[in-house]
Ligand binder design. Structure first.
Ligand code: PHE
Length: 459
């Protein structure tokens, strides 16, 4: 399909080296795998607890629709039309010396930084599979203390970080179809099954199910602060893997005959449903034992294990397997963004790119794995883990998302967009309007909030 616009190069269609998804289901599972991760099962439940439940969930749902979905469609369009990694995509769709390629660079850098600390949390999840199998026992303080001991032990944290990175490297080295797609097809259905089992347990075998549903779905707007609303918006980004070219890269392996809109809706809905199910499963337990829902980041690794001591390993082992699988399919998408740059732009082979970049990210991740290593940051001594998490979530992803949105809405040729969207009718006009005026404003708010520059907020 040549539309005669921009720098569309038909020979790319025949380029043999680039991967392509084997089937629509394969793409959906891989993209959903990228989206569903620690963000859904670790972060969403705990920030929902911190911000008081229902009203926060509602703002998050609205954010997914007005910010997440349009941006995901935009990323998939840019990826599929250019058939390139994030840097190459902006060059191909604009011109070889285009300043927009900085957006791609920021994405590759974000992939590098995010995976380096993501792998450390994923490593803890793996460690907890084995801790759960052995069973949690002792007083609540003792069980909670195990988490602190793991984090504070550099040898252990590094060991699990190493194992996680080796898994990511092994899968990505296998390629788009034989690595990422094949493993997503195994890991994602297993993840769905485990999660449904845990939700059924929470709803039907504990007494916390009804309270969990109330907590998540009955909005109490008196609890909704501006801070909560902005966090909900920011989280919509992270959880859908937007703003750093992950969806763009996965989109570049899509076939032309698939509907981008339909697939983006499927992925967003699945990601959201999974976060809500994880919330139900976790809060049913929390309320069953009358525990505080606002435990914060320690909810999964400190609060839940105390409750798991009561339920036994039948619940806790599948739970941490679930967390590990979710993290793995997200980790491979982060690595793929970085690797695809070296394959496309530097003409490296896949194995070489994966090994070299995977190792570099692994080494960089050692900074985050050693909790004792702290530097002054924003007025206090902080570990690299917190610093990288803060910088990527608050600055890198929103800036990347903002620029991607502006590029799609104002710079990319309309004819190219229409060829990807499938039609130029009312739906398309609506999308362009939202991408031009709604999404960037919402993203800008998140960004300014991250920079502590919003005039109506107190910092
Ligand atoms: N979406 C993933 C999660 O929810 C994290 C992620 C962000 C993955 C950006 C890839 C790119 O955990």
């Amino acid at each position: 399909m040549t539309d005669g616009s921009d720098m569309y190069q038909p020979e790319l269609e025949r380029a043999p080296a680039r991967g392509i998804w084997g089937s629509r289901v394969g793409f959906i599972l891989a993209a959903t795998g990228s989206a569903i991760g620690l963000g859904n099962i670790w972060k969403f439940p705990y920030i929902t607890g911190v911000y008081g439940g229902g009203a926060f969930v509602l703002v998050y749902l609205i954010s997914v629709v007005i910010v997440g979905l349009p941006l995901m469609i935009a990323e998939l369009m840019i990826g599929r039309h250019s058939k390139k990694n994030p840097v190459g995509a902006f060059k191909t769709l604009h011109h070889p010396r285009s300043p927009w390629q900085l957006t791609g660079w920021l994405g590759v850098l974000s992939g590098f930084v995010i995976l380096s600390f993501y792998s450390v949390v994923a490593g803890w999840a793996m460690a907890y599979i084995f801790k759960s199998a052995a069973g949690f026992s002792g007083t609540a303080e003792q069980i909670q203390g195990e988490y602190g001991a793991l984090v504070a032990d550099p040898a252990l944290s590094i060991l699990w970080h190493t194992i996680f990175m080796v898994l990511c490297i092994g899968i990505v080295a296998g390629g788009v179809q034989r690595g990422i797609e094949r493993w997503s097809k195994i890991l994602m259905p297993t993840l769905f099954a485990i999660l449904l089992g845990l939700m059924a347990y929470g709803l039907f075998w504990t007494d916390g199910g009804a309270r969990a549903m109330n907590f998540l779905f009955k909005p109490d707007f008196s609890k909704l602060s501006a801070e909560a609303a902005l966090s909900a918006l920011g989280h919509a980004f992270f959880t859908l893997s937007l703003g750093m070219g992950a969806m763009l890269t996965y989109g570049s392996y899509m076939r032309r005959d698939e509907s981008i809109t339909r697939d983006a809706i499927t992925v967003s809905v699945l990601d959201t449903v999974i976060a809500l199910i994880a919330g139900i499963a976790i809060y049913a337990l929390v309320f069953n034992f009358d525990t505080d829902p606002a435990a914060g980041p320690g909810l999964i690794f400190q609060t839940l294990p105390v409750l798991f001591a009561e339920t036994g390993p039948w619940i806790s082992v599948p739970f941490f397997i679930l967390l590990t699988f979710a993290a793995l399919t997200s980790g491979i998408s982060l690595l793929e963004v970085v690797v695809s740059y070296f394959i496309d732009e530097r003409r490296w082979g896949r194995i070489k790119s994966t090994l070299i970049l995977g190792t570099a990210i692994y080494l960089f991740g050692l900074l985050s794995a050693v909790a004792a290593l702290t530097v002054p940051f924003r007025g206090k001594q902080q570990g690299f883990f917190d610093i990288f998490d803060f910088i990527s979530t608050n600055y890198m992803l929103p800036i990347g998302g903002f620029l991607t949105c502006l590029f799609a809405a104002w710079v990319m040729k309309k004819a190219s967009m229409i060829s990807e969207f499938g039609s130029g009718g009312i739906m398309f006009k609506g999308l362009v309007f939202v991408l031009r005026f709604v999404t960037p404003v919402a993203v800008l708010l998140v960004l300014l909030h991250g920079l502590e520059l919003l005039p109506f907020m107190e910092y």
